[in-house]
Write a protein that binds this ligand. Structure first.
Ligand SMILES: Cc1ncc(COP(=O)(O)O)c(C=O)c1O
Length: 367
């Protein structure tokens, strides 16, 4: 009789701690205030919703496999060659595809200590070793990243601005990071929150991609365009990298409704301007209110903030999370990122932010 041996996942897979997303529900609460997943406060463009609905009668048809019309719309908006754009089911998929193409067992994948949690997960899932470089004041540190590059490094992931810290590095620092990397190392600049940034020294990565063979820029429709439920992201790449991604991606990896809604969203510059103006107003307002309550946050340039709570057990981040939840407000705990004293709070509607500020005022005033 042959011994029964169960199928075993490849080495590294069981080292992965599954990604824990923001909570969406509070038992018994019909409509909680959801500030746990950095979704845009104002919801999608009405034109994107209409485009999505208009496709209901067509969902028995396969999508056009290369999302050409969407790539053209993105290209027109950003003045980019559509042939160098690859779309994916969220930028998460593009991160995974980059790893499948460029890293494997024995390779190292470098990221910044409090970088987006998917990078180490995606690295482990192809058998590569994630390496975290230390940060300075919760911001990526170019020197630390460069000193952690070894002959085994294949990819460097930089979320800029970063989730969950909200911090960013300017164009000159980004260029210095790229200049310090060997040409064989691929730099992936994940600019998921680029559209929210209102700083003159910021560059999402397009210029770097245009001038190099070893840089890609990742973008998403989940944040300012508020289409997270449809799963849509894109990469702007050197031609050889676009070619590699197109070989490994699923042939229909972006759905017909996502393509249609994405085109409408990217063309609706009024909805975009409203979402941007909303964040420009409420993010600084909320950050200042938090600071006035004794809850300082890292200087965020994105649509969320990361206040630090006192160490005192009655007023720490866990107590604040529970207090907010009792008031039907969902935020994100940061223990998984090694920041247990902090909560990440997404910028919601004006009414929601006023309520959160008031509830946190009560929380801090408690005896
Ligand atoms: C920095 C960063 N990159 C990528 C993503 C993934 O976005 P998507 O919804 O496009 O997969 C997120 C989502 O939170 C993010 O914060």
């Amino acid at each position: 009789m042959t011994a029964k041996i169960a199928p075993a996942p490849r080495p590294g897979i069981l080292d992965i701690s599954p990604y824990v997303g923001g909570e969406a529900r509070i038992p018994g609460v019909e409509r909680p205030i959801r500030l746990a997943s950095n979704e845009s406060a104002l919801g999608p463009s009405p034109k994107a919703i209409a485009a999505y609905r208009a496709l209901a009668g067509e969902i028995h048809r396969y999508p056009e496999g290369s999302a050409e019309a969407l790539r053209e719309a993105i290209g027109a908006r950003h003045d980019l060659d559509p042939a160098r754009i690859v779309c994916g089911a969220g930028s998460d998929e593009l991160i995974a595809l980059l790893l499948r193409c460029y890293a494997g067992p024995g390779d190292e994948v470098l990221y910044s200590r409090h970088g987006f949690a998917i990078y180490p997960i995606a690295a482990l899932s192809v058998g590569a070793t994630p390496i975290a470089a230390p940060e300075r004041e919760l911001c990526a540190d170019v020197d630390a990243l460069l000193t952690h590059v070894t002959p085994r490094t294949r990819l460097v992931f930089l979320a800029n601005p970063n989730n969950p810290t909200g911090t960013y590095i300017g164009a000159a620092e980004l260029a210095r990071l790229h200049a310090g990397l060997p040409p064989s190392v691929l730099l992936a600049v994940d600019a998921a929150y680029a559209e929210f940034v209102n700083r003159n020294d910021y560059e999402p990565g397009i210029r770097l991609v245009d001038g190099a063979e070893n840089v890609v820029m990742l973008r998403t429709f989940s944040k300012i365009y508020a289409l997270g439920g449809l799963r849509l992201g894109w990469a702007y790449c050197p031609p050889a990298i676009a070619d590699a991604l197109n070989r490994v991606r699923g042939p229909f990896n972006v759905s017909t409704p996502a393509i249609a809604a994405g085109i409408a969203a990217v063309e609706d510059t009024d909805a975009f301007a409203r979402a941007r103006a909303h964040n420009d107003r409420w993010q600084p307002w909320f950050s200042e209110r938090l600071a006035a309550l004794g809850l300082p946050s890292t200087p965020s340039v994105a649509n969320f903030v990361l206040p630090r709570f006192p160490d005192d057990p009655g007023r720490d981040a866990d107590a604040a999370f529970a207090f907010l939840q009792r008031h039907h407000i969902l935020t994100r705990k940061m223990g998984g990122y090694g920041l247990p004293q902090r909560l990440r709070i997404t910028i919601g509607t004006g009414e929601e932010m006023e309520k959160v500020a008031a509830v946190l005022g009560d929380f801090m005033a408690r005896q």
